[in-house]
Design a protein around this ligand. Structure first.
Ligand code: ADP
Ligand code: MG
Ligand code: MG
Length: 199
């Protein structure tokens, strides 16, 4: 079973990996965006780490809803409301019990990803974070490590796609040949989840 401490470890691992990879995420956001994805997420996840330390929420659901609210209020770019919605809606779907199963988490994360799709209107193949998140959720039934591999493969598979949502879509054909920064950061988020699980 997964307790609040597990979810805190997930968010802390995500913050550390965003710190480490911020320059790379911003570099991906330069040819097909406005070169701020790394700094956006660094600001957001630093604030998440701080608020989780300060408020120490006691259930899995409360950890993720607080983290999501914090991302929404601290990240100005498109990714803030999208990742904020992902975590907030996943947290809500986890309910208010002290522990959840891996199956419950997989189901809740699917609800969260659906909420991101509803908010941003992106479908798989539109070259967004959805292209890493959907395969990750599909693989989560197998293991956390399988979800990590699926997210990474999904992120790499955005390279030949033409962007249909977000800032990169303004480039049309010229968005082809570059990895989507949000798909890359989603792969980091799912990798941090596997790390929290010790996989
Ligand atoms: P901004 O584009 O406002 O500068 P970021 O650079 O932080 O925001 O985030 C860009 C990422 O957000 C993109 O790489 C993409 O993955 C994701 N994104 C943008 N718009 C959408 C959308 N409508 N649906 C899903 N993801 C989106
Ligand atoms: Mg940007
Ligand atoms: Mg921006």
């Amino acid at each position: 079973m997964l307790d609040a401490e597990f979810f805190r470890r997930w968010m802390t691992a995500a913050a550390a990996s965003v710190d480490r990879e911020a320059a790379q995420l911003t570099a991906l956001d330069s040819p097909i965006g406005d070169a701020d994805h790394g700094s956006n997420l660094k600001r957001g996840f630093t604030a998440v780490r701080e608020v989780l330390e300060k408020e120490a929420p006691g259930t899995p659901g409360a950890v993720l809803t607080l983290a999501g609210r914090q991302l929404i209020s601290t990240v100005g770019g498109a990714s803030g409301p999208l990742y904020g919605t992902l975590l907030r809606r996943t947290g809500k779907a986890l309910g208010d019990g002290p522990e959840v199963s891996a199956e419950q988490l997989a189901e809740a994360l699917r609800t969260g990803v659906e909420a991101v799709r509803a908010l941003g209107g992106a479908a798989p193949g539109d070259k967004t974070m959805i292209d890493a998140l959907v395969p990750a959720v599909d693989a989560l039934g197998d293991s956390f490590a399988a979800a990590r591999s699926a997210a990474q493969a999904g992120a790499v598979a955005t390279v030949p796609l033409r962007a249909r949502k977000g800032r990169a879509s303004y480039l049309g054909e010229r968005s082809i040949g570059h990895q989507d920064p949000g798909a890359a950061s989603s792969a980091l988020l799912i990798s941090a989840l596997a790390e929290a699980a010790g996989e």
